[in-house]
Write a protein that binds this ligand. Structure first.
Ligand SMILES: [Zn+2]
Length: 388
């Protein structure tokens, strides 16, 4: 049986042990060591990485009670020097311990069970049996958890063969004890069976912050960060709020209200602008009909205008009389008419526009065509004028 050094001392970084076997599987070597310092993936916690004799450890997994280390080359020395990636291990220990605090607090304070746990380099999640998690409860839970962190409670891990060895008041989840079970206990608060690596006291979590929640079926998924990850997130958000406050010449605590007011003002201004634009288009339509001496009206809009403006202009003109209107914006010509003749906008585009290299189509009363070449666009308009 291999000694699990990560259980005996999760803070140990270096270790020397012997290679028992190294089997080549595809491109890698799956190495078994006499004892190991590397945690294999399990219980929601990813595997450790690091080096065995300067050979990078790509993955660590457990199969039928044996821990395998995946290496790109086989170690030549025996015994071998092992070293884990401590930053990665500590990140896992912090977030795994954070998970125990979250699970314990949500169960003890609110009665919700933990259903799942996932830890990765980017984020950590916990699924609990709460159908909803209002922000007031999130704040309350965060406060309680951070008080447990500040209380710096001892975290003890031990193996049992009989449940009676654990204080029943502390036991959150009853394991099926038919062999040796590992218990992780936050002193005086919570005890659960668990196989991961944990901190030796809650204080080392430093800080725990829930980042967001998501409804998953009839449960809630909680995204959270601990320690430096939580601090960096706070720094980033603090910077963002400070910059916003500066931008809006507002105090940081008033910035939200200020932004909401600015957005409301923007919405009102946009509505006003829309109204004024519509009025302008109505005047423009009136002008165009007064100046026209036939049933065809052509107008080129500024390049900054939206295609929608061309369509609105057409509507305004057609409301004043019977015309064929060609409104152009950004090399796109919109055609529409309400004449009693058999004129067909779609057919005009097909017959005269496409042969000139335009791309478009449409129906009898409305069509559009785009020309990459402006000279061809002018040619198309001239042709349409001549046939109507
Ligand atoms: Zn654990």
């Amino acid at each position: 049986m291999q000694n699990r050094q990560y259980y005996l001392n999760p803070y140990q970084v270096d270790y020397q042990t012997r290679v028992v076997s190294a089997a080549k599987i595809q491109d890698n070597y799956h190495v078994v060591l006499e004892n190991t310092i590397f945690y294999p993936e399990g219980g929601g916690q990813p595997a450790d990485t690091g080096f065995i004799e300067n050979i990078p450890v790509l993955d660590v997994y457990e199969q039928q009670g044996v821990v395998y280390h995946v290496l790109p080359t086989a170690p030549q020395n025996n015994p071998v020097n092992c070293r884990i990636d401590w930053d990665r291990r500590f990140y896992h220990m912090q977030h795994h311990t954070g998970q125990h605090l979250l699970s314990a607090a949500f169960f003890r304070e609110f009665g919700w069970q933990t259903w799942g746990f996932h830890l990765s380099d980017e984020y950590s999640t916990l699924d609990i049996t709460a159908e909803e998690l209002p922000s007031a409860i999130i704040r309350e839970a965060e406060l309680k958890i951070n008080r447990l962190i500040q209380a710096d409670k001892a975290i003890n891990t031990y193996f049992i063969t009989d449940l009676a060895e654990v204080d029943p008041k502390l036991l959150r989840k009853e394991p099926q004890v038919n062999s040796e079970i590992r218990i992780v206990e936050i002193a005086g608060y919570d005890a659960v069976p668990c196989c991961g690596t944990h901190l030796s006291s809650t204080g080392q979590v430093g800080l725990l912050k829930i980042m967001k929640t998501e409804k998953i079926r009839n449960m809630t998924r909680i995204y959270y960060r601990c320690g430096e990850r939580a601090l960096i997130d706070y720094q980033d958000k603090f910077d963002a709020v400070s910059k916003l406050a500066l931008m809006f010449s507002s105090a940081e605590q008033d910035v939200l209200e200020r932004v909401a007011a600015e957005l409301e003002a923007k919405r009102t201004a946009e509505q006003e602008l829309k109204k004024v634009k519509q009025q302008l288009l109505a005047y423009l339509a009136e002008d165009l009909t007064k100046q026209s001496n036939g049933s065809i009206i052509v107008h080129h809009l500024d390049s900054g205008e939206e295609p929608e403006t061309a369509q609105l202009l057409i509507r305004e003109v057609l409301a004043l009389g019977n015309y064929l209107v060609l409104a152009e914006v950004n090399n796109r010509v919109f055609l529409s008419h309400n004449l009693t003749s058999d004129l067909n906008c779609g057919e005009i585009v097909k017959e005269y526009g496409i042969p000139l290299g335009g791309k478009g189509g449409g129906k009898k009363d409305f069509a559009q065509i785009f020309f990459a070449d402006r000279a061809k666009l002018q040619e198309f308009i001239t042709v349409v004028k001549s046939i109507t």
